[in-house]
Design a protein. Sequence first.
Length: 396
Amino acid sequence: MSRCYNFDEYVDRKHSHAEKWNNMVSAGAPKNDHSILSMSIADMEFKCCDEILNALKEPIENGVIGYDCPCQKFFSSFVNWQKEKNNWDIKKEWIVPVPGVVPGIANTILHNTKEGDAVIVNTPVYPPFFNVINLNNRKLVENELIELDDKYVFDFEDFERKIIENDVKVSILCSPHNPVGRVWTKEELTKYGNICIKHNVLMISDEIHGDLILKGYKHIPLASISDEFAKNTVTLSAPSKTFNIAGLAQSVAIISNDELKDRFLNGLVGYGIFHMASFAAVGFVAAYTYGKEWFKECMEYIESNIDFALEFINKELPKVKVKRPEASFLLWLDLRDYGMPHEDLHQYLINEGKLLLNSGITYGENANLFFRMNIACNREMLIDALNRLKTALNKL
């Protein structure tokens, strides 16, 4: 199948400012060891589409990089994208620009709770969720997902019980879920939302992976299910994962409840956040306006990588268990059959396999001996990573 974009191209980021390749020491790897292959942090190894790169030239060619604000196209491009992708009708007035999804989560927690209040998450889950709770002196409550043979599901009985026992004020939903790759069904989301409404729990829905849906699945924004849900939800989204522009640090909060939105806005202003970066302002619009074909081809390539990786693992590494993800470009590898302490195995893969994966234990205690692998790369790099994994594990 012919493509307009070349996803087989190798992009050398080892000698750039890329965190994935130049801050590996924070993940337990030796400093400046470029022999290690990093399949960790969730950005892609693909070049952005030309339309975005060309748009980023505008501020430079203009010659003045001053204070920027969102233009009409900033709002309309996102509104149109959500309508087309998710059949979600968003009003411009609901959209609040914010420099990142995690800052948006933190801002919501800080201005809707007080110190000591409980916030619940569904583990294993994206590690910054723990930070925005613990480092802001809120009480972390973990609701462990139930692992089935083919997927993870909510433990709704435990979820509701812990909300009641801990007087939970806020829930943080990861939808689609990072790292287990679930695309929550409307039935699951409705049950989740109804429990939160029943017990007056404000919902934060991190939907940054909401575009990266694999064939056979459909993302449903939590706030789109009902007006009642919408009024009780702060939804956070961004083009960063979709178009590989995380470095622009531009996200949006979607808040239809005026009172919630005012608190959110006041929180941003209180931190001195009231301007946009010039490159973020134009990159955001270009992505949602011109990035559709690039994204379509990118997802086809990612899906083929998933097929290749799963076939390789099932054939060459039968002791490694992995469920097929329903969204995103992340594989959640189960290495429990190797019977080795988690940190020992993590260091072994780094030092012996020269392979850096995300350590699952940072996603929650129920992720012991799990590792997250980013496969959004060219096929040659993926084959290299899988062979390194095989060579290292076969020595055990």
